[in-house]
Design a binder for this molecule. Structure first.
Ligand code: HEC
Ligand code: HEC
Ligand code: HEC
Ligand code: HEC
Ligand code: HEC
Ligand code: HEC
Ligand code: HEC
Length: 464
């Protein structure tokens, strides 16, 4: 055969394979559609109660994984499957009236500040810190619960997730072959800047849901690090996770066990000012005293000490040295946390970007008394406001003529010092990889510098 004929044969084969694949795909989608429809019919239209988890069909493998306290349900002995912390056939159930294991050291929650610090309280409600963790019944979940856009399919046609709203409750319904069951979405972690992930209670244990919502593109995805095609509902939420995303919780001495009623949601006032019970009690008793008692103003601390307050959560991936929540404003990080873990594997995440360290390498920082508060006011939501942030550069840099590039036609320097000098660009240090690819957008690098690449990018974008 000559080359031309060979080529046409190859093309024909490719087309055939493609059509075959496409029909297979369509058939899989059809099959799944049927499974969903039967499930929806079985449920009826108006069920408001969470339905009990049925027993898995007899032909499924059901095993208790010793030591890990989780159940595996699979179709085959080896292969993917479902992982849950509750016995198949029983439902997850939050324990009530559990007595705390520790005396609360004086965290009272932000509502208590409102009567005397009204303005700060009101504006604070709009911040990422306040919204970073919330109970589901007090707020909204980002993703769609409408039939048609409420399903996450996986690469395994027999495994899918359906997000369902029932009155006040929201659930993730797991479809695993012909077996399906529901897990309630009870706590949201994430202010939605990049994503929201969901937690639920089983007894006094906190666990993460398999499905997370990602803001960019408004999609349901597998939670970061989860294996596509499995249904994993047994990932425990350890103390350190809540230490960065909540204000207070009572830890019950075992990886992910907490007293449900003890949680104070959000990263709120007292994580930066210290537990405030004494302050609140005193000023309620002594209305005429205008001198603050029993509270820390970070502005009165040495600058490194002040910045280490933020470093609890913005100082890279550090493990706890002692008890969670033991850090108080004025303390040093090294007494409560281990040094950041710089191993490459641990570096690839939004969670390990270390603003504290990057900033301190900047010339601005080294030749001034700069702190995080020179640019950030934690009491207001200032997200994305480049002009405001640029005005803060110009507190020290007098005006835009301090920039050696100034003037340059077409650029309003005052509007945006940020994109050239604090580029928001993926570096090897700031990438989160997951099965879906890079999930989280890159962050602002806090090493303030002259950066030729971002300047070029800036000018290219202008010309587009
Ligand atoms: C009953 C009134 C009252 C309540 C409630 C109250 N404060 Fe205050 N707070 C004051 C007064 C009075 C001052 C001193 C005057 C000022 O700075 O406004 C003050 C000052 C402060 C300061 C500045 C301290 C300094 O040394 O400059 C901080 C920080 C603070 N409060 C935080 C809080 C937080 C956090 C809460 C809620 C957990 C809270 N306050 C609840 C009355 C109150
Ligand atoms: C060392 C502190 C720290 C730990 C530990 C930590 N986080 Fe975070 N997390 C952060 C910070 C800081 C951000 C946001 C970074 C930003 O806004 O630039 C974040 C962002 C997130 C977001 C995206 C929020 C948004 O608005 O888009 C989610 C979801 C999240 N974390 C979940 C978790 C979960 C679940 C755990 C535990 C398994 C955890 N985090 C552990 C500090 C932490
Ligand atoms: C993320 C950390 C953080 C959170 C959360 C936070 N603050 Fe502050 N707060 C600071 C810092 C830092 C300063 C000092 C700012 C400066 O340098 O002037 C401050 C200053 C203050 C002051 C005294 C200075 C002033 O402007 O009057 C008060 C009062 C105060 N905060 C109250 C609150 C209250 C009330 C809340 C919760 C509704 C809150 N803060 C939440 C970090 C925080
Ligand atoms: C107890 C942990 C904790 C402390 C302490 C803390 N943060 Fe945060 N911070 C977070 C978390 C978690 C987020 C992510 C919130 C989200 O988007 O879900 C965040 C987000 C932010 C953001 C991004 C806000 C946005 O909306 O884009 C800034 C800026 C920030 N923090 C600055 C600070 C500064 C400055 C301090 C110290 C004065 C500080 N933080 C102290 C945990 C903390
Ligand atoms: C607290 C004061 C302060 C603030 C705020 C500040 N800088 Fe600086 N910066 C300095 C000082 C001091 C220097 C060193 C002397 C100089 O070059 O002017 C400097 C140097 C620089 C340099 C030269 C860096 C180098 O490697 O030579 C750049 C670029 C810069 N700043 C940009 C910024 C930008 C952009 C912002 C806002 C995001 C900012 N600065 C905010 C104080 C500050
Ligand atoms: C389009 C990108 C761009 C913008 C916007 C920009 N800069 Fe620059 N900046 C540069 C470049 C490039 C240099 C280095 C130029 C050189 O050395 O010839 C520089 C240099 C500087 C320096 C160092 C000056 C020195 O003497 O070494 C400072 C400080 C600075 N810029 C501050 C600012 C501030 C403040 C703003 C906002 C008002 C700003 N820049 C906006 C790109 C930019
Ligand atoms: C010179 C100004 C400046 C200083 C000082 C500064 N930041 Fe920022 N920071 C910024 C700018 C600009 C952004 C981008 C804000 C935006 O786009 O919403 C940012 C964003 C952030 C974010 C959100 C993550 C992201 O990449 O969007 C966090 C968290 C943060 N800063 C923490 C800190 C902490 C902690 C400190 C002190 C160690 C600090 N910053 C000091 C300018 C500064």
């Amino acid at each position: 055969m000559n080359l031309k004929r060979w080529l046409s044969v190859i093309v024909i084969v490719l087309v055939a394979v493609w059509i075959g694949y496409d029909t297979m795909q369509a058939k899989r989608d059809d099959e799944f559609g049927r499974v969903l429809m039967t499930a929806q019919k079985q449920r009826g239209t108006e069920i408001t109660e969470l339905s009990a988890v049925p027993e898995p069909p007899r032909d499924m493998v059901v095993r208790l994984i010793p030591g890990e306290n989780l159940w595996f349900v699979g179709k085959y002995e080896d292969g993917g499957g479902v992982e849950i912390p509750f016995k198949p056939g029983t439902s997850p159930m939050k324990s009530v009236d559990v007595i705390p294991q520790h005396a609360n050291p004086g965290f009272v929650g932000p509502e208590q500040c409102q009567e005397c610090h009204r303005e700060k309280y009101q504006s604070f409600l709009a911040t990422g810190h306040y919204k970073t963790s919330r109970p589901v019944n007090e707020t909204t979940i980002d993703g769609s619960f409408d039939p048609g856009s409420n399903v996450l399919k996986t690469s395994d046609p027999n495994v899918a997730f359906e997000m369902i709203q029932r009155g006040e409750s929201f659930v993730q319904r797991v479809h695993f072959f012909e077996w399906n069951f529901e897990v309630p979405m009870e706590i949201i972690i994430g202010s939605s800047k990049m994503a929201q992930t969901y937690l639920y209670w089983h007894n006094d244990g906190l666990y993460q849901h398999n499905v997370t919502h990602i803001t960019d593109g408004n999609n349901w995805i597998n939670s970061p690090g989860y294996i596509d095609g499995d249904a994993a509902y047994a990932r425990p939420i350890p103390q350190r996770c809540l230490d960065c995303h909540l204000t207070y919780f009572d830890f019950r001495g075992n990886t992910n066990h907490y007293t449900p009623d003890s949680l104070i949601f959000g990263v709120t006032c007292e994580r930066c000012h210290g537990p405030a019970k004494e302050h609140v009690d005193f000023h309620r008793e002594n209305r005429d005293v205008r001198q603050a008692v029993g509270i820390t103003n970070p502005a009165n601390l040495d600058r490194l000490v002040q910045m280490e307050i933020c470093g609890q959560c913005h100082g890279g991936s550090r493990s706890l040295r002692g008890e969670a929540l033991s850090f108080r404003p004025g303390d040093r990080l090294q007494d409560h946390y281990l040094p950041p873990n710089d191993e490459l594997g641990a570096k690839n995440s939004v969670h390990t970007s270390n603003q504290l360290n990057r900033l301190s390498q900047s010339v601005c920082f080294q030749q001034s008394q700069m702190t995080c508060s020179d640019c950030h006011d934690p009491h207001h939501n200032e997200r994305g406001n480049r002009k405001l942030y640029s005005s803060r550069c110009m507190v020290c840099h007098e005006d835009e003529s301090d920039c050696a590039l100034f003037p340059l036609e077409g650029i309003d320097f005052k509007e945006n010092c940020i994109d050239c000098h604090m580029p928001r660009r993926p570096t090897d240090n700031l990438r989160l990889q997951s099965v879906e690819g890079d999930v989280f957008p890159p962050l602002r690098d806090h090493l303030i510098r002259v950066d030729d690449m971002s300047t070029k990018q800036f000018i290219d974008d202008l010309n587009d």
